[in-house]
Design a protein around this ligand. Structure first.
Ligand SMILES: Nc1ncnc2c1ncn2[C@@H]1O[C@H](COP(=O)(O)OP(=O)(O)O)[C@@H](O)[C@H]1O
Ligand SMILES: [Mg+2]
Length: 218
């Protein structure tokens, strides 16, 4: 469903973030993108979502060049939980999760029902009206994932979702993501350290200095 053909990304300052990357992701995959800080993981995820344009090469989503794909439907089909969370600390969990829908001008009832449903999924229903700053980091991580789920994306991109979590919380977040994957969501997740979780075999793509240096299953 997603294919990268010969994708390179050179930032304006000359940094080569990705160097001739060829990858294919299929529906239902659970792929872990592994590499050290600076390897190009975030850039790769942004390119998969069309947030960054490759300097060279093409990205196909459902067979269509992503740069020509309708932006709005792309954003709905590909959910993204950013590494830096990008949550608004002084607002409630409800506000943060519903922001994408508020922008779209959905009705309050529609928004409320949807937010309640996704928060139940990430087991944060009871924190709906808490301010984000009152939550633990693990809870914030789940709020960020909940926001990415608001449009029931068919692909979920997670950028180092366990980066700042202790092992137990990380495993809980990942087990939850695995459930989503088992229900059919394609998951592409970056990490710089591997945490074992779940039972399903996952694809591991190793990236170093912008190049794919290994693919395996664990
Ligand atoms: N907006 C940017 N402008 C210039 N260089 C960037 C930018 N974003 C990332 N880089 C550089 O590109 C390389 C890959 O970065 P990134 O994709 O963020 O790696 P990772 O997520 O694996 O840590 C790094 O050398 C980083 O410094
Ligand atoms: Mg990164």
């Amino acid at each position: 469903m997603i294919e990268l053909k010969n994708v390179s990304k050179v930032y304006p300052n000359g940094t080569i973030a990705l160097d001739k990357v060829n990858l294919k992701f299929n529906k239902g995959d659970f792929v872990i993108l592994m590499g050290e800080s600076g390897a190009g993981k975030t850039t790769l995820l942004k390119i998969i979502r069309g947030d960054e344009e490759p300097t060279e090469g093409t990205v196909l989503f459902e067979g269509v060049d992503i740069q020509r794909y309708n932006r709005t439907s792309l954003r709905r089909k590909i959910g993204f939980a950013f590494q830096d969370l990008t949550l608004i600390d002084d607002r409630t969990v409800f506000d943060n999760v519903s922001l994408p829908m508020q922008f779209r001008g959905a009705s309050f009832r529609e928004i409320h029902n949807k937010v309640e449903a996704v928060l139940s999924e990430v087991r944060l229903r009871e924190k709906m009206y808490k301010l984000v700053k009152e939550l633990s980091y693990g809870e914030k991580q789940r709020v960020s994932i909940a926001r990415a789920l608001i449009y029931e994306p068919i692909v979920l991109l997670l950028d180092e979702p366990t980066g700042n979590l202790d092992v137990d919380t990380a495993r809980a977040v990942l087990n939850f993501v695995e459930v989503l994957n088992e229900r059919g969501t394609t998951v592409i997740m970056s990490t710089h350290h591997l945490i074992e979780f779940g039972n399903k075999p996952k694809g591991i793509i190793k990236i170093r200095k912008g190049r794919i240096v290994g693919k395996e299953y664990v």
